[in-house]
Design a protein around this ligand. Structure first.
Ligand code: SF4
Ligand code: SF4
Length: 83
């Protein structure tokens, strides 16, 4: 099983969600705030990417995580300046 990391390659962009388990305490905030159900919790309460195809890159999981344990990365193929 791949732990905490899944990738998808839709037409225009690649989304990567990294869950750094060493920092994650399994509080479930990320999954609770995920509006689409892309994240879920395993039986121990730790988050995992259930369906990366549902991720809308809202960033809520990353912003709400109190332990900086989750990162959402969106890589656009056609660069428009970036941040
Ligand atoms: S970026 Fe938004 S939609 Fe994607 S997993 Fe995080 S909370 Fe869910
Ligand atoms: S909010 Fe952060 S610490 Fe809490 S379960 Fe999610 S990744 Fe782990």
């Amino acid at each position: 099983m791949v732990e905490g990391r899944q990738e998808t390659k839709p037409r225009k962009e690649t989304t990567t969600i990294d869950i750094y388990k060493a920092w994650c305490k399994g509080c479930g905030i990320c999954a609770a705030f995920c509006p689409t159900g892309a994240l879920a919790r395993d039986e121990a309460g730790y988050p995992y990417v259930k369906d990366i195809g549902k991720c809308i890159n809202c960033g809520l999981c990353e912003v709400r995580c109190p332990d900086f344990a989750i990162t959402v990365e969106q890589k656009k193929k056609d660069k428009k300046g970036g941040q």
